[in-house]
Design a protein around this ligand. Structure first.
Ligand SMILES: *Cc1c(COP(=O)(O)O)cnc(C)c1O
Length: 358
């Protein structure tokens, strides 16, 4: 099976080997050192300032989305903007609703990017926070971070970025874009098993957390930040995944750092995008993340393509759900993949085309 989904994705041999070991006890100086190294490397790759911190949550990406919202914002003083162009934007909306926060949704059409003009409608209206999934993985649209960042700086708005599928695949500079908090997860470009998500917090985010009282034991980030100072977590973390993340981060550093890693993902994305042009698919956006190519078949159901590739060619692409099930499918470029893997995918698609299945 070759896995071109957007997560969980294929891990490399070193990461797989760690997963096959016994889980070590973690209240040790050795594990603390690994956690502190994880924090240091994540900050470096996110281009966060020295005074930023990272919390590691045992829970999938959504756990960190909810924890971030609960800890950073409150019902009394915050007025939020949520960019919603797909199912992950909708998830932010749902979390704000459940926690009874004061929010306004900026609903975008399928494939639409955010623009300075759209944002300008919300200038000077007292908004205090903006929530965005910088790559809306469900549709493959990568939003205009420069426009969002400029709008937030102009209006003194705290910027929370879900970069779960974008971190390590697209350029991101927390300090330069003045991102207050950035979320990512273990099973996307980090290419580890699912189970850990992390929140990188700039000083502004740390200040918000320290002033906020929240009603949750597990998701209260204050004890997590305190214990994190010595490389520990309040509760038992997914120890093995944290060791796998450590191996992966160190490998990226060893192989030339974040720029090299992003370039590697971009090269695979471009390789595939060039070859797939000859097939009867349409793109739904011209603003794509390096992480994913979203394709819309001209003549058949997208879901049938997913099923045929899985059942007859041993290839997983990523299907869409809900309303978009028959309209879109996605091909990921994150994880341990090579050009040769894309050759196999293109061969399979060409074969389907010959069989009249596209
Ligand atoms: C994968 C993903 C998530 C998190 O999903 P989980 O299933 O909770 O890990 C959130 N936002 C985006 C943009 C994602 O791609």
């Amino acid at each position: 099976m070759i896995n071109f989904t957007v997560g969980p994705v294929q891990s490399n041999e070193d990461v797989l080997k760690i997963g096959a070991q016994q889980v070590p006890y973690f209240r040790t100086a050795e594990f603390s050192a690994i956690m502190l190294e994880n924090e240091k490397l994540v900050k470096k790759f996110a281009k966060a300032k020295d005074d930023a911190r990272v919390v590691f949550i045992t829970g999938s990406g959504t756990a960190s989305m909810e924890a971030a919202i609960m800890n950073l914002f409150n019902q009394q003083t915050d007025k939020l903007l949520v960019i919603n162009g797909g199912s992950f934007g909708q998830r932010f909306v749902d979390i704000c609703k459940i926690h009874e926060l004061n929010y306004t949704e900026i609903a975008l059409n399928l494939g639409e990017n955010i623009t300075p003009e759209i944002l300008a409608q919300y200038d000077g209206q007292g908004y205090t926070g903006l929530l965005v999934n910088i790559h809306e993985t469900s549709t493959g649209v990568r939003y205009n971070l420069d426009a969002i960042s400029a709008f937030c700086q102009k209006n003194h708005i705290f910027l929370l970025v879900d970069a779960i599928s974008s971190f390590l695949a697209d350029e991101i500079d927390m300090a330069n874009s003045q991102i207050g908090a950035l979320i990512t997860g273990s099973q996307k470009a980090l290419a580890c098993p699912p189970g850990i998500s992390l929140i990188v917090l700039a000083k502004e985010g740390l200040d918000r957390i320290n002033c906020n009282k929240i009603k949750s034991l597990y998701f209260d980030l204050k004890p997590a930040l305190k214990d994190g100072e010595r490389g520990q977590t309040p509760f038992t973390p997914a120890v093995s995944i944290l060791l796998q993340i450590n191996a992966r981060l160190k490998q990226i550093k060893h192989d030339g750092g974040i720029e090299k890693e992003i370039a590697r993902v971009a090269r695979l994305a471009n390789y595939f995008r060039e070859k797939v042009k000859a097939l009867p698919f349409e793109l739904i956006t011209n603003s794509m993340s390096n992480a994913v190519t979203t394709l819309s078949p001209k003549n058949c159901s997208a879901y049938d393509i997913f099923l045929t590739l899985k059942n007859e060619y041993n290839i997983w692409v990523c299907p869409n759900g809900g309303k978009l099930k028959d309209q879109l499918f996605r091909v990921g470029h994150i994880g341990n993949l090579t050009e040769a893997d894309y050759d196999k995918l293109i061969d399979a698609m060409n074969d389907m085309d010959k069989r009249g299945l596209l």
